[in-house]
Write a protein of this length. Sequence first.
Length: 239
Amino acid sequence: MTALLEINDLHVAYGKVEAVRGVALRMQAGQIVTVIGPNGAGKTTLLAAAAGLLRSRGEVIYDGIDIERLDVEERVERGFCLVPETRELFGDMTVADNLLLGAYTRRRNGSDTRQSLQEVYARFPRLDERRRQKAQTLSGGERQMLALGRALMAKPRLLLLDEPSLGLAPIMVREILRIVASLREVGVSILLVEQNARAALETADYGYVLEMGKIGHQGPATVLANDARVVATYLGSSA
């Protein structure tokens, strides 16, 4: 079975410092796969390289095609979309306008864009209520919803999420990850980078542990959640 995403022997360096070293990762359509690990392990670098934002060595195969030479916009057009840790919202623009920017690769099809907008509002009722507010007035959880909604406007097949729970209250973390899990219902696969290892493994089907730029452990999420080494290092003894 052809993988939706296959990363082989990926290397990313900042000058002479190699932040990602020989990483291999594979995921099928319909899966939620998580990458966990300590701060500085290279998780964000891995996602940025896969999305085409950083130069890298190795293979990134998406839907059976080597996308190394494709720029970011071309990857988005093929359904490969990144939601960065910083969310990158336009604070002075309204919620509605931020969402419409997410559909820029489909801008020639106005009726399709309007339908997508209504679908996003149905999934995120709070965004519908605040559609005329500026993004900078939203709460942290609402900003994450807006970042996710904007990504969904591009009709992604594969969504790369970088730390979606960052800075959120526990109740909002649960809500955001519930929404992330529900995206499989509309055919979106998820590669999730998350500092909250417990929540990530509860959400994902399969997990990779990234340590000092290399894969240290991998396996089904339920197996990793009960692995003594993972528990001791990332989940705490109460897991």
